[in-house]
Design a protein around this ligand. Structure first.
Ligand SMILES: C[C@@H](C(=O)O)C(=O)SCCNC(=O)CCNC(=O)[C@H](O)C(C)(C)COP(=O)(O)OP(=O)(O)OC[C@H]1O[C@@H](n2cnc3c(N)ncnc32)[C@H](O)[C@@H]1OP(=O)(O)O
Ligand SMILES: [Co+2]
Length: 149
């Protein structure tokens, strides 16, 4: 079916800019936060990962092509510890995948977008990440994430 729809049906698809990479959920405890996703039938992708520069431990569940990431704080000064204290557990941020993080940061900065970090920072699984302030994000903390080549 559909063989005539595209001239290059079997070609590797071009990687897209801005697909939804992950949705992140703050939890005081990864097992507690994971319970609903395990009950639904998802299983974690590999082992939990500590991202020391963000003060978080991450457990990722693949849901279709998008991850649901549970984030638990590993330090008192973790942004997740602050979030849990002020806003409680639940949705924390969304992350959009970009092909060239440095280029997207420069482009958005030229429009006045307020990045929370001056330079890209290490994220889970060898990624580089940058965050935009939730006020600018119309109430949502937005992350841009670039995967290793
Ligand atoms: C592992 C890695 C990966 O994906 O690979 C990760 O994701 S690490 C994920 C963890 N790392 C990060 O989140 C790093 C970036 N985050 C931060 O810098 C911080 O957490 C902020 C987002 C700036 C929030 O810190 P803080 O609340 O102290 O800032 P602020 O006082 O300027 O708050 C400004 C306003 O934003 C609101 N606000 C705070 N956190 C929010 C959130 N997650 N979603 C939506 N709104 C939020 C506050 O209630 C406040 O609103 P009102 O003024 O109306 O009260
Ligand atoms: Co994230």
């Amino acid at each position: 079916m559909g063989m005539t729809a595209h001239a290059h049906t079997n070609a590797t698809p071009e990687p897209l800019n801005f697909p939804l990479d992950h949705v992140a959920i703050a939890t005081p405890d990864l097992d507690t936060g994971s319970a609903p996703y395990r009950a639904i039938g998802l299983t974690p992708e590999g082992p939990d990962e500590d991202v020391d520069t963000q003060g978080v431990r991450v457990r990722a569940f693949m849901a279709g092509g998008t991850l649901i990431e549970l984030l638990a704080p590993t330090r008192d000064d973790s942004p997740i510890a602050a979030h849990l204290a002020r806003r409680g557990p639940g949705l924390h941020h969304i992350a959009l995948r970009v092909l060239d993080l440095d280029a997207e940061m420069a482009r958005l900065r030229a429009q006045g977008a307020p990045f929370l970090n001056d330079e890209p920072r290490p994220g889970r699984a060898g990624t580089r990440v940058a965050f935009l302030h939730p006020k600018w994000g119309a109430g949502t903390l937005i992350e841009l994430v670039e995967h290793p080549a």
